[in-house]
Design a protein around this ligand. Sequence first.
Ligand code: CTP
Length: 402
Amino acid sequence: MKIALGVTGGVAAYKAAELVRRLQQEKLDVQVVMTRAAQEFITPLMFAALTGQKVITDMFSAAGAAPANLESAIEHIAVAQRIDLLLVAPATADILGRFANGIAEDFLSTLYLATKAPVIVAPAMNVNMWEHAATQENLAKLRARGVHVVDPDEGYLACGMTGAGRLAATETIAREVCDVLGLRHDLAGHTVLVTAGPTCEDLDPVRFLTNRSSGKMGYALAEAARRRGAQVILISGPTELKIPESVDWIPVRTTEEMRRAVLDRAGSASMVIMAAAVSDYRPAAIHDRKLKRGEGHLTLELEATPDILKELSREKRGAILVGFAAETDRVAENAKDKLERKHADMIVANDVTQEGAGFDTDTNIVTMYSRDGREISLPKMDKFEVANRILDRVLEIHKQSK
Ligand code: CTP
């Protein structure tokens, strides 16, 4: 597979050399693209020597002296069509701004617009620049477009300050590349059933009870499991997300529909991950005509919905069962309680009041609680990366249970 590695101008540019080596170990063909600022920090010769390929350093010399055809003359289009992935590491605040706003004034930002390949950015910058609203808004825009962001680490920065902004470890970036390209096949042979999104409980023909779940975490899990070679069954409440390719997608609306779909299909699954935010209550009666406004208060009678996860664990089908707990307080206590009460193998908990962990965000901050007493807290990361970490842990538990 061929990837373009964009190197932009920051002190961390030197780390891109090590990254090239690491990506080559994955048998990836790496084409380096450097911005002008990057060349102030490290020379193109370094990358040419490592990759054995001409490094693309600017918009117009890239085409070469005597283009054989129009395509090679318009090099950014040709590169854009050839690559399976565009990775930018380190990515400066400047390049994130250009990507986010569609400014194509150099080769790299033009390549970003011209390619349909997936894109990963690994930002590195001064902590104040990282925390600036402009940078965070640009990142939010990129994430919403499906760009994968490998968040920087915290630590001592070249500018002398301490904080977030240090380029993520080479290994972390390489793992994200493998996950996005589907190079890890450790779930081959597994069937992973994922539930996602909210459920809706009708009150009358025009009104229903639901919750703020966007389905993003569940869809990220389905996508990550598929890329790692699993057969995926995605049972989804109503969401606005694109239906993922090559998964068995089963749309449902109510808790009862989700319950039936899960119980029908769980028999074939070796892992069941219940990321859906299932309604706990539903109207005791569904009115077949629209409820009319009356005098005074209206009292709704609600009844409990069946607990799908609990029912599944009672049936003991042998699959690893994972539940989610979206909490607003006493997160650890509630999560451990759910682990017991629902007889799950693992509960993935998040505090939805934390910034970057709530509903409809592209990132999440989770802690995984498992039966063996282990608690693994992950920092704020892209939901796709969280999904992969969850799958790593589920696979570990599956192996231990053998
Ligand atoms: N769940 C389920 N069936 C339900 C409700 C929840 O299978 N009727 C699953 C969810 O998909 C999730 C886990 O159980 O994986 C925890 O959901 P949550 O609503 O947090 O649990 P509850 O037991 O309903 O606890 P709470 O009182 O906090 O809502």
